[in-house]
Design a protein around this ligand. Sequence first.
Ligand SMILES: *Cc1c(COP(=O)(O)O)cnc(C)c1O
Length: 370
Amino acid sequence: MNSVRFLDLGATYRELKMEIDAAVARTLDSGWYLLGAELRAFEEEYADYIGVKHCIGVGNGLDALHLSLLAMNIGPGDEVIVPSNTYIATWLAVSQCGAIPVPVEPDERTYNIDPNKIERAITPKTKAILPVHLYGQPANMDPILAIAQHNGLRVLEDAAQAHGAKYKNKRVGGFGDAAGWSFYPGKNLGAFGDAGAVTTNDDQIADAVRTLRNYGSRIKYVNEVRGFNSRLDELQAAVLRVKLRHIDAWNTRRTHQAKQYSQALQSMDWQLPYTPKWAEPVWHLYVVRCRNRNNAQQALKEDGVETLIHYPIPPHMQQAYADMYLQPDAFPVAKNMADEVLSLPIGPHFTDEQQEDTITAIMRQLGQQD
Ligand SMILES: *Cc1c(COP(=O)(O)O)cnc(C)c1O
């Protein structure tokens, strides 16, 4: 059996080589490399795809979240509700504003923030809720939006893992006041380097992010606020325009692979992903939960199957947040997930044959052990 890599980013390039090479050559030939026609076109096309009024390209996903929070006037002393189980960037965006991330535990079935636990985390300092559409599964937005409205809070979606995912038949990224996107190479829609974007229907947030990403300036050398340099460059925008035309087909492949796994692994003593009726996930990751996770990962490695862990240390247990004195057991769901989750290979690069090999390896190494 050939070995199965978790990700093969080169494969997506090879699939679209002609289109991508043409887009890159066109951009290089244009002689214009920042804030030009490619970015404007991508912003328009991505806003259309998500179904929102505005898209603003920025340097990466972390900046997309950070600048969105700043555009909502969130700053020192404010609190923002975040999931206890997420990639640390969600928390860092809050910290970068000088605000405090307030963790809330996930629903044990969907792994997304549990709306039933949000209200008791709200204090007079709370300004926003930052749900994450984790692993490409939409968060349960309706109760989150209702709580936000009832308490006068903003909602920022962390959509970095959910390009094209739908909640109640509508694409995520337009439910909250704004959404932050990452086009990091390994995401469902990935650039060949760092890139990100903010989507929003709010004119004021769009205008603020547009200004903040470019030195706080609307007119060259006139600086209204102390801004940042965080721009999505023309080359990446040109590449993303090509890939955007293929994202739905790629997400369909992922969905098919997720179905195959869920059927084939039914007999395993693992918790398989759960999809609520209102969710159309895009399977950024296919995450199972198993008690002897490290042994399982090692056994699959011996059979040539590469798996990853998203994520091995939850944010509240990171050194980076030691000064918040959050006890490991204060967020037991996040803590246990870190010990038990395992991500199986999935993606547009992943062939049917590789998936069969992966499933065979799982059954041989880990199935029916007793
Ligand atoms: C990738 C990711 C980010 C950060 O995106 P970058 O482009 O790497 O800065 C933020 N949140 C989540 C959930 C992510 O997966």
